[in-house]
Design a protein. Sequence first.
Length: 186
Amino acid sequence: MATGSGRTAMRLSVEVDGQQRLVTVEPATAGGSLVSVHWSDTTYEVDVSRLRPGRFSLIIPATGHSSHEISCYEAASGELVVGIGGRQVRVRVSDGRRRFRTPAVAQAKGDHAVVAPMPGRLVRVLVAVGEMVTAGQGLAVVEAMKMENEVSSPSAGVVTEVRVAEGEPVEAGGVLVVVTAGDRND
């Protein structure tokens, strides 16, 4: 949708914990990192900066320039897993016509690195090298802030690498397991 200023706004249906909201996001400044986020009767301007793949800094001027570092990764089911303040939240996003999925990840042949969604400690590895897995199957469990988070496979395939051992510390975005999807003889 185009706004009066010629900038493009996105209208998204966002579902968190079974509650759905219509959210509008549009650039607040031309070429800048400030976006306007609106839902119900609430509007915030948010300064968004990408720190590294899967990690973002959000600064909200209206709340005294509160600053939040978040992680954001796509889950196998097409959900986003958002980490903020030591919590992990699964979020479904749709543009009203279709859910945003990652068919290139979920269906593509080749290697898929499965990463830690946040820094913590690997408490369990649920698979072994050579094991066949299905999309969404649990591969490992990472503990952060005394909460355990199961990390799932983005696609069906074969586990070709397990890069960490139980008890080891992990960084956000660090590769835990590699799943090779498709025919390995291609």
